[in-house]
Write a protein that binds this ligand. Structure first.
Ligand code: G6P
Length: 743
């Protein structure tokens, strides 16, 4: 309403200014018109009386002249009449102003009109040449012009009233039109809001949509188009493509990655400070992404020389030698690590989510430490953020509470959380004493990602079962505490081509080198398994399968060796120590039972291997086994495929690893079934090269296309779409607020 009054007021003001500008012209026009009228009357007087005057002058009848002049002067407009003989005024009528003299009248051979001031009023003096008795004088007729001014003033009043009437009418008309446009505009904005809310596609272009509403529709259409282009661009993801997508979609945005494990660990050794790249799928996936995006990676500084290599702000530029992003280290005390990392994360959440039949341990003291460490990382993220709306990529089960903590301090941040391990079904998750707090923490995210749709579904079931929220099943979105979180599957992957492949020798050379190092004859068939020494990986189970193979197919004795690389991990925990002991004992037992002089079927290599060594092993192998009892994705499987540019080699893959959804051409096994897995070993060892190539080619295509740049690209583009939607929502909310203030 205010707006309507304002517009009406503006229209009235404009009309008023027009009146002010027009009024003087109108008045002067009226005055000129009145003067011409008076001049005409003077002429009439002169032409009517001229002959009579000349006649009376010839007769020198002054008395009659006086009478005639007095008679003419009775006309209400005529003030006085006289005759100028040279400078002498003759026969002046009685109303002739005393101050008037013939010198004041402009005289010439033709009629003249001039205005003089006499007795405080304007007087028009008309002078007409008149010849009598051989002499030329001038008849002067004086008109009182004050009535002209009165008429001008009157006209001004009338015109003013008329124009004011028109102005008021125009203002009312403008207000009525504005009211009409406003109503349509509001209806259109409301419609746009409803469309955004309902998630329905924008309305098609229509000429009669009011401009603002149409603009909103256009932005939505653009958003829709962006989504289609991005969805179509699912091939050819590379660092450049990711960088291009980021600079198009998130230009000027600040990216902060948070994980527990740091990508580069500095350790003090006898040879000085050495650099270690940890054996972690998470690091393998995120490091190339952060290199491509730049930004900051916040992580626990766990190396023995980490403190010596940071600046005063606990930052170090990495990768060493070619820095492209900042690693910000967070320091944890031994007590914090025990409670948060070993306790809550790895004795509680890890076994809870993996269902590898290791009982989770939930200690309240661990949970308190977990909460405190999450808060410590929230402080670090807030301190590193240069803007109020960074894109924060929170990684994994170490930070279930962090998204909420960041959301509270940076409400405009786009928080994308990725849960790198499986999410169990709601019933299993329900045993966790911290289940509500974990869900609440994760729902602080803008987007929450899992490897598979099944994990997303499990999470939604848990939300449904344990917190008050609204779940939109069609969009896989949860509205909780007024905020929306999108739940999405993003299958993680590896960089393509992998950096570790760059320096590799030919497959033949790798085969020869590895066999020589392991003390094996050149023709020995070789299987490999490479992972952290973790009970979820099914290391014991695959050894049992090898036992079965050598029992059921004894012809492989002496002709097949399995190299198990196991990087020690979380050794502080009893479960991990026991696993290592059990695996070593089982390997010894199998080697005793199936080995012969100079032949050990299982080679257990318990140490961390750098990526180059891992890739050399992959290239040297005939088969690779990934027999996880449960795994979010498993990148070892993908790395093996990526390492085999000769398209040979067989992958034996657990049905319970997320990777089995994508790598369907592997030999898919149930790791709990030792007999069937033994059969799979035999099948792999006897698979013709043609079949190996066919399978490997398809798997390589899959890993090439669905590489880690696509994983990150899809998440970041989803974040960008969300930011655009939120921007539009803010614009709409603002225009709605304004509209309701006006209405
Ligand atoms: C694997 C899992 C990740 C996890 C990491 C932790 O890579 O897939 O989800 O974050 O292990 O390993 P760490 O050695 O840091 O405990």
């Amino acid at each position: 309403m205010k707006l309507i009054f304002r517009l009406g007021g503006i229209a009235a003001l404009v009309a008023g200014l027009v009146i002010l500008a027009v009024l003087p012209f109108a008045t002067s026009f009226v005055e000129q018109w009145a003067r011409r009228d008076v001049e005409l009357r003077s002429r009439l007087v002169f032409s009517t009386a001229r002959d009579q005057i000349v006649d009376l002058m010839v007769r020198n009848d002054t008395e009659q002249i006086d009478r005639l002049f007095e008679r003419v002067a009775t006309d209400e407009r005529v003030l006085a009449i006289g005759y100028c003989d040279g400078q002498e005024l003759l026969f002046p009528t009685k109303n002739m102003p005393g101050s008037f003299s013939c010198a004041q009248a402009a005289r010439s051979d033709s009629e003249t009109f001039s205005t003089i001031r006499a007795d405080d009023r304007d007087v028009l003096v008309s002078a007409f040449p008149l010849k009598a008795n051989g002499r030329t004088g001038h008849l002067v007729v004086l008109h009182d012009m004050s009535y002209v001014q009165r008429r001008g003033a009157q006209a001004r009043n009338y015109i003013f009233l008329a124009l004011a009437g028109v102005a008021l009418g125009a203002a009312a008309l403008v207000a009525a039109i504005a009211l009409l446009i406003m109503r349509r505009w509001l209806a259109s904005v409301r419609q746009a809001i409803e469309n955004v809310r309902a998630g329905t596609p924008p309305l098609p272009h229509s000429d009669d949509l009011p401009a603002i509403g149409k603009e909103i529709h256009d932005v939505l259409q653009e958003l829709d188009a962006t989504r289609r282009t991005i969805d179509a661009a699912h091939t050819d993801w590379s660092p450049d493509a990711l960088r291009a997508a980021l600079s198009n979609e998130l230009s000027g945005s600040e990216v902060i990655v948070v994980s527990n494990r740091e990508p580069y660990i500095h350790n003090r050794t006898d040879n000085g400070i050495t650099l270690q790249i940890p054996a972690s799928g998470l690091v393998a996936a995120l490091e190339p992404i952060t290199r491509a995006c730049g930004g900051t990676w916040v992580a626990h500084g766990s190396g023995t020389a980490d403190r010596e290599t940071v600046d005063t702000y606990d930052r170090v530029a990495v990768p060493p030698g070619h820095p492209s992003y900042t690693l910000r280290r967070v320091w944890l005390t031994e007590e914090e690590q025990d409670g948060y990392y070993y306790g809550a994360a790895n004795e509680g959440l890890w076994p809870l989510c993996h269902i590898a039949f290791v009982r989770p341990v939930f200690r309240e003291t661990d949970w308190r430490m977990y909460r405190a460490v999450n808060a410590k990382f929230a402080d670090a993220v807030v301190a590193e953020a240069k803007r109020e709306d960074p894109v924060v990529l929170v990684q994994d089960y170490h930070f279930a509470l962090l998204p909420r903590m960041i959301r509270e301090r940076l409400p405009r941040a786009t928080i994308v959380t990725f849960w790198h391990i499986p999410w169990p079904n709601a019933e299993t998750f329900g045993i966790c004493p911290w289940r509500e707090e974990i869900i609440d923490g994760l729902l602080g995210s803008s987007i929450l990602g899992f490897h598979t749709q099944a994990h997303c579904n499990h999470f939604l079931e848990a939300v449904d079962a344990y917190v008050e929220s609204r779940i939109d099943r069609e969009r896989d979105a949860v509205t909780y505490g007024g905020e929306e979180t999108l739940i999405r599957p993003y299958p993680i992957s590896i960089e393509w081509p992998p950096a570790a492949l760059a320096g590799q020798k030919s497959v033949e050379e790798c085969r020869a080198a590895v066999r020589q190092r392991l003390g094996l004859p050149p023709e020995m068939r070789l299987g490999v398994g490479i992972e952290r020494f973790d009970y979820t990986k099914g290391i014991i189970d695959r050894m049992k399968a090898i036992d079965t193979l050598l029992t059921d197919y004894p012809e492989w004795k002496g002709h097949f060796v399995f190299a198990q690389v196991a990087a020690p991990t979380r050794s502080k925990l009893a479960n991990y120590r026991q696993l290592q002991e059990e695996a070593e004992a089982l390997a010894r037992d199998i080697n005793v039972r199936h080995g012969t002089e100079g032949y050990e079927p299982i080679k257990l290599l318990v140490r961390h291997h750098e990526p180059d060594e891992v890739f050399e092993l992959f290239r040297a192998a005939d088969l690779c086994v990934v027999s996880s009892l449960h795994d979010g994705m498993n990148l070892v499987a993908k790395e093996f495929v990526a390492a085999r540019d000769d398209e040979a080699g067989v992958l034996i893959l657990s049905a319970f690893a997320g990777a089995s959804r994508e790598l369907a051409e592997a030999l898919i096994v149930n790791p709990y079934n030792a007999h069937a897995m033994g059969e799979a070993f035999n099948r792999a060892l006897t698979m013709p090269l043609g079949e190996q190539r066919e399978r490997m080619r398809l798997m390589r295509d899959q890993v090439r296309e669905r590489n880690v740049y696509r994983w990150a690209g899809q998440m970041l583009l989803a974040a960008s779409r969300l930011r655009k939607r939120q921007r539009i929502r803010r614009v709409i909310a603002e225009s709605r607020r304004r509209a309701s203030a006006y209405a």
